[in-house]
Structure formats: structure tokens, C-alpha cells
Design a protein around this ligand. Structure first.
Ligand SMILES: [Zn+2]
Length: 464
């Protein structure tokens, strides 16, 4: 099945065939993580941890339940979430005095504690993150990884002495994001979300979006500058060097399991998944090609090869009693980057046949020094996957003069800067306004709605 023809069906089938999640669990929007899917998610978690640990963030784990009294403190925030949170109303048979909310995000869980922990300027910056489940009562149709009710979620929450320090944090988040998206082979654009669509409680929000083959964009990450909006509500203050009490400035950075959905959608093909080597649970699979009379010889050579490669990469030996063709199909569906075939002729020549999952390229390589050769092929694949996806995204950023010309792609247009024109884009096309480009672009032409001179460029697309 080709993904360009019926993306939804292709996407669901690819996940099922690769055995990532099982959606037969009897709660809508909560799919079971199967071993291979969870192994993939854990490698993404690992990348998150590496990048945030390296930039002096510390990992924490806050409780899942948030008291209603804390949840309702910041009025904008509550308004943004109240219609799609789950409530815990009972403890056993007793109605609770104070209802509890299943965290939809953790500002209101963390910040009462920040108020206790932060005392003086010496405690700043405070940079914490956690990787936990968050919950949203989605009323729209749910879709594995893309729109779910239990979300595997990354969130960092920082507190700073000054607005400038908080702005510096946003810069660091953008750099971390660039490194992460390279590791996930996901091209993206960064937009400053419009005022009417920023995160509830934020001063401003930046969104990182990629483009899926369906022509829709998918938000991969968001960064929020809170200024003192939350610290004033939760009383998070510090004593400055001059003895005065000040409110901290805060930021957040959020990502989710949507990264997995994006990887599947952006790189997959008619055979199934194509995983970037960095996050592939199995980077190379060895498939012995047995010949009558030489089974034992080939099997033991395959085992030796498996052992020899193991320290260098995530390698799996498929020694099941199945035909090679069935095994090829199985591992292709799972997106394993490299297949290493070992047959009688290869064995005689002390070689193996290596096949790349992304482009089908086949080559014979000597067994001696194979680990290093495979590692270098994986590095090339990593670069190629990103480059191909970036090219495809760029080709689908289209400049339009009038909002009526909008296509199923990322539409770039002039904008007078007025909210009514921004809202009209959504009303007339059904597209979401992604916002204005964070990395400034030359402004030209007229507003795509009112035809007055453009003050900014605006991006819009159908979004998940
Ligand atoms: Zn206008």
C-alpha cells in the first residue's frame, strides 16, 4: 500500500505490521505499548535525557494527581484545559473534598513545589524535566501516537532570575531541538504561534512543526516563555543579591510520543517502517541463508558474526526456522536499517551481503572489519534520511498571494498583522495558522486576506 494514496490506512497498517502498539485495549485513545514500540520510545527517551542532562537539567518525577485548588490558580491555564481533563472525584466510596485532576501537563503540579524550593538567587536557574504520562480527554477521533488520551510526554520547566536568562533558555531549547531533530531525522520549521493560539498562560509560544505526507503538519515540540505569569500566581519568589524579593521568570519545553508518529509517517514506505539508525531498536539483523548439508556451518558462522558485531551496534540474529523471504519481509516492516545476509557463497568468500532498508542498496562486504563498515553505513543513512525528508518538506512550502490559493501543504503568505485577517485564514480554508517564522524572513507583498501591505509573513497548514 502506498502512503501517498491513503495515508490514514497506510499509517494504521504500518504500526500494526511493525508491532509497535496494540489498539485493541478497551479504553479509547490508550493503546498498549508492545515490546518493539516501547524499545523505540525508550531510545527516544534516551536521546531526550542525553540532551537535557548535558545542558544541566535534572530529571524529577512528580505525582500524577493535582488538587483542583492548585489546578485552578492560573485562570488562563484552566480555561485552556478544563474541558479536556480527567477528574478523580472519589476515594473508594467517598466523595473527595478536593477533586483531583490527572495531569494534562505539570505546571500546576510543579510550581507549588518550586515556591518552596526556590529561596535565593543562588537557587537559580532551576532546570528540571520529567518523562511521564499526561492525560487529555480528546473528543476528536484518536489516532495512535498523533492524537491520544494518555500521552507519553517530555516536559522541562525552568526558573530564572531575569527575563533575559529565560530568553537565553529558549535559545538553548532551540539548540537542543536542532540536535534532537537531526537524531530523529525530522526536518521542521519554527513558528511563533499567534496570540490567539499560544499556550494557556504563556507570554508567547514557539511551535516546531514538521510536514507529513498527508499534507498536514504535525507539532513536534513547543517552547513557552511564561515571564512571571505563573510565578506571580504560585508565589515563586527569590531574594536577589541586593536583598529585594523578586518573582522568577519561567519557561517550558515539551515533546511527546508524536515524535514516533512523525518518524513513521515521514520515512515509512510501502513495505512499512524505515527507522533512523539513532533510534532503531535493532540497527542490523543477521539472516543466515541456509543450504542443505551446510546448515550447522552457516548457523555457527552467523552466531560468531552476531557476537563480533554486538559491542558495536544493536544487532539481532534471526535464526528462526522460517524461509529467508519471510524474515526479510518481517524486518522490513519493522524498519530495521540494515539486513546482513550470510549464505554459503558468502561464507566461502568470507563476506556478507548488506542491504540498506531506506534505498534497497545492496553490497558485499568482507566479514573482517565489518562492524566499522556497518557503523559508517548507518551514519550515511542518518544523513540521507534527514536530507530526503528536508527536501520533501521544502518542496511543499508554497508561497501564496491570496488565501483562496491555499494548498494541502505549508502555505506561506503575507500578513498585515491584524488578528481578524489571521482568523479569516482559518475560517476560509480550515487551516491552522502556525504563526510567523521565528527565524526572520524578508517580508514582501500584500496581506493574503485584506490585500493591504504585509508586515509579516504567516505560515498556515492543515494540522493534526
Ligand atoms: Zn490583512
Amino acid at each position: 500500500m502506498k502512503k501517498e494514496e491513503d495515508f490514514s490506512e497506510w499509517y494504521g497498517a504500518a504500526i500494526e505490521k511493525a508491532e509497535l502498539r496494540d489498539k485493541r485495549y478497551p479504553v479509547k485513545g490508550m493503546d498498549v505499548w508492545m515490546p518493539y514500540g516501547w524499545a523505540l520510545m525508550k531510545l527516544i527517551d534516551h536521546a531526550w535525557r542525553e540532551e537535557f542532562d548535558a545542558t544541566h537539567h535534572s530529571e524529577v518525577n512528580f505525582p500524577l494527581l493535582i488538587p483542583e485548588s492548585e489546578f485552578k490558580k492560573e485562570s488562563e491555564h484552566v480555561k485552556g484545559f478544563e474541558s479536556d481533563v480527567y477528574w478523580v472525584t472519589h476515594g473508594g466510596l467517598n466523595l473527595l473534598d478536593i477533586r483531583l485532576v490527572l495531569r494534562p501537563t505539570s505546571e500546576t503540579a510543579m510550581y507549588p513545589m518550586y515556591a518552596l524550593w526556590i529561596r535565593s538567587h543562588a537557587d537559580l536557574p532551576l532546570k528540571l524535566y520529567q518523562i511521564v504520562s499526561t492525560f487529555r480527554y480528546e473528543t476528536k477521533m484518536t489516532r495512535t501516537f498523533l492524537r491520544v488520551r494518555e500521552i507519553h510526554f517530555f516536559e522541562s520547566h525552568t526558573a530564572h532570575a531575569t527575563f533575559e536568562d529565560a530568553e537565553q533558555q529558549i535559545q538553548e531549547d532551540l539548540q537542543i531541538n536542532e540536535r534532537l531533530m537531526r537524531r530523529f531525522c525530522l526536518p521542521y520549521i519554527v513558528s511563533r504561534r499567534p496570540e490567539w493560539d499560544k499556550f494557556p498562560g504563556a507570554d508567547y509560544s514557539l511551535g516546531v512543526d514538521t510536514l507529513l505526507p498527508s499534507g498536514r503538519t504535525l507539532q513536534l515540540a513547543t517552547f513557552h516563555e511564561y515571564r512571571e505569569n505563573f510565578s506571580k500566581v504560585f508565589g515563586i519568589t527569590f531574594e536577589d543579591a541586593d536583598g529585594s524579593r523578586k518573582f522568577v521568570h519561567q519557561t517550558t519545553d515539551g515533546m511527546s510520543e508524536r515524535i514516533v508518529g512523525a518518524i513513521i509517517a515521514v520515512h515509512g514506505d510501502e513495505k512499512g517502517l524505515v527507522l533512523p539508525p539513532e533510534v532503531a531498536p535493532i540497527q542490523a539483523v543477521i539472516v543466515p541463508i541456509l543450504e542443505k548439508g551446510r546448515q550447522d556451518e552457516i548457523t555457527s558462522a552467523a552466531r560468531e558474526l552476531h557476537q563480533a558485531l554486538q559491542p558495536a551496534l544493536r544487532v539481532h540474529l534471526d535464526d528462526r526456522d522460517l524461509r529467508p523471504g519471510e524474515k526479510f519481509y518481517h524486518w522490513e516492516a519493522k524498519g530495521v536499517p540494515l539486513r546482513v545476509e550470510l549464505g554459503p557463497r558468502d561464507l566461502d568468500k568470507k563476506e556478507v551481503v548488506v542491504v540498506r532498508r531506506d534505498n534497497g542498496h545492496k553490497q558485499s562486504l568482507a566479514t573482517l572489519g565489518l562492524a566499522n563498515r556497518l557503523k559508517s553505513i548507518l551514519e550515511f543513512m542518518q544523513v540521507d534520511l534527514f536530507a530526503r525528508a528536508e527536501q520533501a518538506m521544502k518542496e511543499n512550502i508554497t508561497a501564496i498571494a491570496s488565501v483562496d490559493d491555499a494548498r494541502d501543504a505549508i502555505n506561506r503568505m503575507g500578513w498585515c498583522g491584524r488578528q481578524e485577517c489571521g482568523l479569516a485564514v482559518t475560517e476560509r480554508t480550515g487551516m491552522s495558522v502556525l504563526g510567523t517564522p521565528y527565524y526572520k524572513e524578508p517580508v514582501s507583498g500584500m496581506c493574503a486576506v485584506c490585500k493591504e501591505p504585509a508586515k509579516e509573513m504567516l505560515y498556515a497548514a492543515k494540522a493534526y
